[in-house]
Design a protein around this ligand. Sequence first.
Ligand code: GDP
Length: 162
Amino acid sequence: AYRADEEYDYLFKVVLIGDAGVGKTNLLSRFARDEFSFETKSTIGVEFATRTIHVDGKLIKAQIWDTAGQGALVVFDLSRRVTFENTARWLQELRSHTDPNIVVMLVGNKADLRHIRAVSVEEAQAFARKEKAFFTETSALESINVADAFTGVLTQIYHVVG
Ligand code: GDP
Protein backbone atom coordinates (compact mmCIF):
# COMPACT_ATOMS: atom_id res chain seq x y z
CA ALA A 1 0.00 0.00 0.00
CA TYR A 2 1.15 3.54 -0.70
CA ARG A 3 2.34 5.53 2.26
CA ALA A 4 3.28 9.18 2.35
CA ASP A 5 6.92 10.15 2.79
CA GLU A 6 6.39 11.49 6.30
CA GLU A 7 4.92 8.22 7.55
CA TYR A 8 7.12 5.72 9.35
CA ASP A 9 6.94 3.12 12.12
CA TYR A 10 10.27 3.88 13.78
CA LEU A 11 12.74 6.75 13.78
CA PHE A 12 16.34 5.74 14.52
CA LYS A 13 19.33 8.05 14.83
CA VAL A 14 22.63 6.88 13.43
CA VAL A 15 25.98 8.64 13.72
CA LEU A 16 28.90 8.63 11.28
CA ILE A 17 32.35 8.96 12.83
CA GLY A 18 35.95 8.40 11.77
CA ASP A 19 38.99 10.38 10.69
CA ALA A 20 38.77 13.35 8.34
CA GLY A 21 38.76 12.42 4.68
CA VAL A 22 37.62 8.78 5.05
CA GLY A 23 34.39 9.51 3.14
CA LYS A 24 31.68 10.07 5.79
CA THR A 25 30.05 12.98 3.98
CA ASN A 26 29.97 11.07 0.70
CA LEU A 27 28.57 7.86 2.25
CA LEU A 28 25.76 9.99 3.65
CA SER A 29 25.07 11.84 0.39
CA ARG A 30 25.25 8.57 -1.58
CA PHE A 31 22.75 6.89 0.78
CA ALA A 32 20.35 9.81 1.19
CA ARG A 33 20.48 11.48 -2.23
CA ASP A 34 22.53 9.13 -4.46
CA GLU A 35 25.15 11.86 -4.90
CA PHE A 36 28.94 11.81 -4.81
CA SER A 37 31.47 14.66 -4.81
CA PHE A 38 35.19 14.55 -5.57
CA GLU A 39 35.74 17.64 -3.48
CA THR A 40 36.45 17.51 0.24
CA LYS A 41 34.80 20.07 2.39
CA SER A 42 35.00 19.82 6.14
CA THR A 43 31.63 19.47 7.82
CA ILE A 44 30.83 22.56 9.80
CA GLY A 45 28.16 22.32 12.47
CA VAL A 46 25.54 19.62 12.69
CA GLU A 47 24.48 18.01 9.47
CA PHE A 48 21.97 15.25 8.95
CA ALA A 49 20.05 13.59 6.19
CA THR A 50 17.10 11.22 6.24
CA ARG A 51 15.96 8.21 4.26
CA THR A 52 13.23 5.69 4.92
CA ILE A 53 13.84 1.96 4.43
CA HIS A 54 11.79 -1.22 4.87
CA VAL A 55 12.70 -3.85 7.49
CA ASP A 56 10.33 -6.79 8.12
CA GLY A 57 7.47 -4.87 6.52
CA LYS A 58 7.98 -1.86 8.78
CA LEU A 59 8.95 1.60 7.57
CA ILE A 60 12.05 2.77 9.37
CA LYS A 61 13.09 6.36 9.03
CA ALA A 62 16.81 6.92 9.45
CA GLN A 63 18.07 10.22 10.69
CA ILE A 64 21.79 10.16 10.07
CA TRP A 65 23.84 12.64 12.03
CA ASP A 66 27.47 13.54 12.27
CA THR A 67 27.05 13.48 16.10
CA ALA A 68 25.37 10.92 18.62
CA GLY A 69 22.67 8.28 17.96
CA GLN A 70 21.44 4.71 18.62
CA GLY A 71 23.77 3.25 16.06
CA ALA A 72 27.08 4.24 14.56
CA LEU A 73 29.02 3.77 11.39
CA VAL A 74 32.69 3.97 12.33
CA VAL A 75 34.35 4.70 9.03
CA PHE A 76 37.94 4.26 7.90
CA ASP A 77 39.69 4.55 4.54
CA LEU A 78 40.86 1.13 3.25
CA SER A 79 43.78 2.84 1.51
CA ARG A 80 45.07 4.66 4.61
CA ARG A 81 46.10 2.29 7.40
CA VAL A 82 46.29 4.98 10.07
CA THR A 83 42.55 5.67 9.68
CA PHE A 84 41.91 1.97 10.49
CA GLU A 85 44.20 2.11 13.52
CA ASN A 86 42.38 5.22 14.74
CA THR A 87 39.00 3.44 14.75
CA ALA A 88 39.97 1.89 18.12
CA ARG A 89 39.98 5.38 19.59
CA TRP A 90 36.77 6.39 17.81
CA LEU A 91 35.09 3.30 19.30
CA GLN A 92 36.36 4.11 22.76
CA GLU A 93 35.14 7.67 22.40
CA LEU A 94 31.76 6.50 21.13
CA ARG A 95 31.23 3.95 23.91
CA SER A 96 32.28 6.31 26.68
CA HIS A 97 29.87 9.02 25.52
CA THR A 98 26.85 6.95 24.49
CA ASP A 99 25.10 3.72 25.46
CA PRO A 100 27.94 1.13 25.57
CA ASN A 101 25.57 -1.26 23.75
CA ILE A 102 25.17 1.07 20.79
CA VAL A 103 25.01 -0.86 17.50
CA VAL A 104 28.28 -0.37 15.63
CA MET A 105 29.12 -1.04 12.00
CA LEU A 106 32.81 -0.75 11.13
CA VAL A 107 32.97 0.52 7.56
CA GLY A 108 36.05 0.24 5.34
CA ASN A 109 35.30 2.85 2.68
CA LYS A 110 37.03 3.50 -0.68
CA ALA A 111 36.96 -0.20 -1.61
CA ASP A 112 37.38 0.97 -5.22
CA LEU A 113 41.03 1.88 -4.51
CA ARG A 114 41.99 -1.81 -4.88
CA HIS A 115 45.57 -1.13 -6.05
CA ILE A 116 46.50 0.81 -2.89
CA ARG A 117 44.56 -1.21 -0.35
CA ALA A 118 46.29 -1.08 3.07
CA VAL A 119 44.00 -3.17 5.32
CA SER A 120 42.93 -6.77 4.61
CA VAL A 121 39.34 -8.00 4.99
CA GLU A 122 40.54 -10.64 7.48
CA GLU A 123 42.22 -8.10 9.71
CA ALA A 124 39.28 -5.69 9.68
CA GLN A 125 36.85 -8.56 10.33
CA ALA A 126 38.90 -9.86 13.26
CA PHE A 127 39.03 -6.40 14.79
CA ALA A 128 35.26 -5.91 14.33
CA ARG A 129 34.58 -9.29 15.96
CA LYS A 130 36.75 -8.37 18.94
CA GLU A 131 34.88 -5.07 19.27
CA LYS A 132 31.47 -6.78 18.86
CA ALA A 133 30.85 -4.66 15.81
CA PHE A 134 29.62 -5.57 12.35
CA PHE A 135 31.93 -5.01 9.40
CA THR A 136 31.41 -4.07 5.79
CA GLU A 137 33.36 -2.55 2.92
CA THR A 138 31.90 0.25 0.84
CA SER A 139 32.65 2.62 -1.99
CA ALA A 140 30.74 5.87 -2.00
CA LEU A 141 32.36 6.53 -5.39
CA GLU A 142 31.21 3.33 -7.11
CA SER A 143 28.07 3.09 -4.98
CA ILE A 144 29.01 -0.33 -3.57
CA ASN A 145 27.38 -1.61 -0.36
CA VAL A 146 26.50 1.90 0.87
CA ALA A 147 22.79 1.26 1.39
CA ASP A 148 23.62 -2.16 2.92
CA ALA A 149 25.90 -0.54 5.50
CA PHE A 150 23.15 1.80 6.68
CA THR A 151 20.42 -0.83 6.38
CA GLY A 152 22.56 -3.25 8.42
CA VAL A 153 22.80 -0.82 11.32
CA LEU A 154 19.12 0.14 11.16
CA THR A 155 18.04 -3.51 11.07
CA GLN A 156 20.16 -4.30 14.13
CA ILE A 157 18.78 -1.32 16.07
CA TYR A 158 15.32 -2.48 15.10
CA HIS A 159 16.04 -5.97 16.45
CA VAL A 160 17.42 -4.49 19.70
CA VAL A 161 14.49 -2.12 20.38
CA GLY A 162 11.75 -4.01 18.56
P1 GDP B 1 34.85 12.99 5.38
O1 GDP B 1 35.86 14.01 5.78
O2 GDP B 1 35.02 11.71 6.15
O3 GDP B 1 33.41 13.47 5.40
O4 GDP B 1 35.20 12.59 3.85
P2 GDP B 1 34.55 13.11 2.48
O5 GDP B 1 33.23 12.43 2.25
O6 GDP B 1 34.59 14.58 2.43
O7 GDP B 1 35.58 12.46 1.42
C1 GDP B 1 36.96 12.80 1.44
C2 GDP B 1 37.54 12.60 0.07
O8 GDP B 1 37.50 11.21 -0.28
C3 GDP B 1 36.79 13.34 -1.07
O9 GDP B 1 37.76 13.78 -1.99
C4 GDP B 1 35.89 12.28 -1.66
O10 GDP B 1 35.62 12.53 -3.03
C5 GDP B 1 36.77 11.02 -1.49
N1 GDP B 1 35.96 9.80 -1.33
C6 GDP B 1 34.89 9.59 -0.51
N2 GDP B 1 34.42 8.35 -0.64
C7 GDP B 1 35.21 7.74 -1.57
C8 GDP B 1 35.22 6.41 -2.14
O11 GDP B 1 34.42 5.52 -1.85
N3 GDP B 1 36.22 6.15 -3.06
C9 GDP B 1 37.13 7.09 -3.43
N4 GDP B 1 38.06 6.74 -4.33
N5 GDP B 1 37.14 8.34 -2.92
C10 GDP B 1 36.19 8.65 -2.00
